[in-house]
Write a protein that binds this ligand. Structure first.
Ligand SMILES: *Cc1c(COP(=O)(O)O)cnc(C)c1O
Length: 378
């Protein structure tokens, strides 16, 4: 095997890609002295996100996690309530449930989309018919079977919160993700497809919910001319400087998706003779945003994710394990996990999968070297 030289500049999993417009809007915030959680950039990003997603209202917040927290509160979740949650996801999907002292019940994953299995959600409602909230995530930019999940929620009178932190710009049956739930979250964290360095948004079609979320996010001050408070509040509002970065980025969402898609397709083509599967993209029903390209090694093959990650690391490229399922986390050792008998899809995917370098600044040459490196492991 010929020796591959490490990249002199690291190829990242998914790092921020700036275009220059961000600086213009940040400067505008500075020059107009709106260095605050009020200002034109905030108003503008809320408007643009509504236009792009079709959501009626958007509330700009300090993170996707704070958006999820307010979504859980809008759903009326109280201490001790049980909440059905995606199992294979980043813990940020679930932490807000804990902030409200409620108890997540984890729903197993389907191979079709790597998201919450609607059949397991049905099963969970049979076991726990009193549950009033479902939190579903769209992993790696691929939408869950959102119509089915929505239908099941409706049938059981449950509220749906959609965690679209990873899937901004992806559509399911022609409709943008982040608009299927009663309350939805997107994220502008540094590794997401559009970034503000940090930041997030709550999306909803309910004017009342949007107004509540905005009030809660600014310490829940009553509308009188002294400081009057009747309820708990938070300091969750987005900064106008951060909003400037987001504002500059949002014009590039479609371009970023196209670049991510090309990366996915090059991997798929490059690996076509390997005993692996790429992360599923259900093109009949959805158009993903291709945020991360991932792969799982066929179960009859003696190659481990660890060995692929080491090979990537050796050439100065960043890969990662798939999200580790929530029901395997020590934090949730006592929580219920609903799956098919003798089956645990989330664990199976976790044990066989990795996220590949998916940075849109990666060159075709670099990606070809990455593909060769992975191939040499088999
Ligand atoms: C990134 C992410 C979040 C949280 O977003 P932050 O802006 O980092 O708080 C929530 N859920 C998922 C699935 C994510 O990937």
């Amino acid at each position: 095997m010929k020796e591959i030289k490490p990249f002199s500049k690291k190829v990242w999993l998914s790092s921020p890609t700036m275009h220059g417009d961000e600086l213009k809007y940040m400067e505008e915030a500075y020059n107009t002295n709106w260095m605050s959680t009020v200002g034109a950039n905030i108003n503008e990003v809320e408007k643009i996100v509504c236009e792009k997603t079709g959501s009626k209202y958007a509330v700009a917040l300090s993170s996707g996690t704070s958006a999820l927290h307010l979504a859980i509160k809008l759903a009326g979740i109280k201490a001790g309530d049980r909440v059905f949650c995606s199992d294979l996801t980043f813990i940020a999907t679930v932490n807000p449930v804990l902030y409200e002292h409620a108890t997540p019940i984890f729903i197993d994953t389907e191979y079709d989309t790597w998201n919450m299995d609607p059949d397991m959600l049905e099963k969970a409602f049979l076991l726990y018919p009193d549950v009033k909230l479902v939190v579903v995530a769209n992993l790696y930019g691929t939408p869950a079977k959102l119509d089915k999940i929505k239908e099941i929620c409706k049938k059981h009178n449950a509220i749906l919160v959609e965690d679209a932190a990873e899937s901004l710009g992806a559509t399911y049956k022609g409709k943008q993700t982040g608009t299927f739930g009663d309350y939805n979250c997107i994220s502008f964290n540094g590794n997401k497809i559009i970034t503000g360095s940090s930041g997030g948004m709550l999306l909803t079609d309910s004017k009342e919910a949007a107004e509540k979320a905005k009030k809660w996010s600014t310490q829940a001050k009553e509308n009188v001319n002294w400081y009057e408070h009747t309820m708990i509040g938070y300091n969750y509002r987005m900064s106008n400087v951060i909003a400037g970065v987001v504002r500059g980025q949002l014009n590039y969402l479609e371009e970023h998706i196209a670049l991510k898609k090309a990366i996915y397709e090059r991997y798929k083509e490059g690996f076509k003779d390997l005993p692996i599967q790429m992360n599923p993209i259900d093109l009949v029903n959805s158009e993903p945003n291709y945020w991360l390209s991932c792969m799982i090694i066929n179960s009859d093959v003696d190659v481990t994710p660890q060995c692929l990650l080491e090979a990537l690391n050796n050439i100065n490229a960043e890969g990662r394990h798939l999200w580790k399922p929530m029901h395997l986390q020590p934090l949730f050792k006592d929580n219920i996990f609903v799956s098919n008998e003798d089956s645990d899809v989330g664990t199976d995917l976790f044990k066989r999968g990795i996220c590949l370098p998916s940075d849109i600044k990666m060159t075709i040459d670099e990606q070809e070297i990455i593909i060769e490196t992975i191939k040499s492991c088999f």
